[in-house]
Ligand binder design. Structure first.
Ligand SMILES: [Zn+2]
Length: 321
């Protein structure tokens, strides 16, 4: 049984190499980059010259998952473990939830909404201290967690369809579809960032709306797979010089249309959420002027961390020779 499980996992990883990421790296980078354009001019003056940093480092939290065990639970919440919508049995405050379920249980089923609140607190402090390097690093990483909160399968215990015979659906939804069509078809413009008056409540609204959508994500793929024989569902493609098995483009597009463009809606919503949280942290810090902050703001310690993270990422076990 163990060997069979191991083989199944190995096959999954070989066939779907992006399985362990949040939104695929592509979408995470796009979301952070596009969020910048919804900021007010007082923030744009600081964020726009850092577009490259904010998009490249959008994926740092996923890279860290390979190096730090505590990182994994920050990216999801299996909220269905606690009942059904609106999940009233799960206290929204961390202390009350720990008292009710123990910290081990919370960590086991994911802590995403609480982690968003913690990152907002840290970003607000960084604005107050006018610490340009921390502002950028925390903005990039907060953007990642907010984007994850918009992925329905990050709020479901059936996160890769493993409970319903739909293994691979995670990467199909959050990597394959955006990579295939986002830049060609999605309308990315969202309007201006908005102030969020209750960040805690907002973070719960995000994951609950994702959890509610998870049922549609799973049900529609199941129905579609019954209309496509396996030979039409998958295709071999060259990716980074390697032949890789992936969902066929026609199948991915049919799935996207069947969900009534849900991936586009969730991605747009993620972009405005990221911009709004950056904006809210800045407002809560008293709107410090940003135009004079350093252009090369990173401390030697941050530079060392960025390098170490990339090194750990390129040497991760699944990276191959
Ligand atoms: Zn993630």
């Amino acid at each position: 049984m163990c060997i069979r499980l191991f083989t199944a996992l190995l096959v999954c990883l070989l066939f779907f190499p992006s399985l362990l990421q949040g939104w695929g790296f592509f979408a995470h980078r796009r979301i952070n980059r596009l969020a910048v354009f919804s900021l007010p001019p007082e923030m744009l003056v600081f964020y726009k010259p850092q577009l490259e940093f904010l998009s490249t480092h959008a994926t740092d939290p996923d890279k860290r998952r390979y190096a730090l065990a505590a990182e994994g639970p920050r990216h999801y919440i299996d909220i269905d473990h606690y009942g059904s919508p609106p999940f009233d049995s799960l206290p929204r405050s961390w202390e009350a939830a720990v008292a009710r379920y123990t910290e081990d249980t919370l960590q086991q089923h994911g802590i995403l909404p609480w982690h968003i609140q913690r990152m907002m607190y840290r970003l607000t402090c960084a604005f107050r201290e006018k610490d340009a390097g921390r502002i950028l690093q925390l903005s990039a990483e907060l953007g990642h967690y907010l984007a994850d909160a918009h992925v329905p399968l990050h709020a479901s215990s059936n996160h890769n369809g493993q409970l319903s015979g739909q293994q691979g659906i995670h990467a199909l939804w959050e990597s394959r579809i955006p990579e295939l069509i986002a830049d060609k078809e999605f309308n990315y413009w969202n309007g201006r960032a908005m102030y969020i008056s209750d960040v805690a409540m907002y973070s719960w609204e995000l994951v609950i709306s994702s959890a509610i959508a998870a049922d549609t994500v799973l049900r529609l793929e199941k129905a579609l797979s019954q209309r496509f024989p396996p030979a039409q569902r998958y295709a071999w493609e060259k990716r980074n010089g390697k032949l890789t098995r992936n969902y066929a483009a026609a199948y991915s597009l049919a799935y996207h249309r069947l969900m009534n463009n849900m991936v586009e809606r969730r991605m747009r919503s993620a972009i405005i959420a990221v911009a709004s949280c950056w904006y809210t942290a800045w407002v809560d810090a008293g709107q410090p002027p940003l135009q004079d902050l350093a252009r090369k703001p990173f401390s030697p310690e941050q530079e060392r961390q960025f390098k170490a993270l990339n090194k750990a990422w390129t040497k991760r076990p699944s990276a191959g020779p």
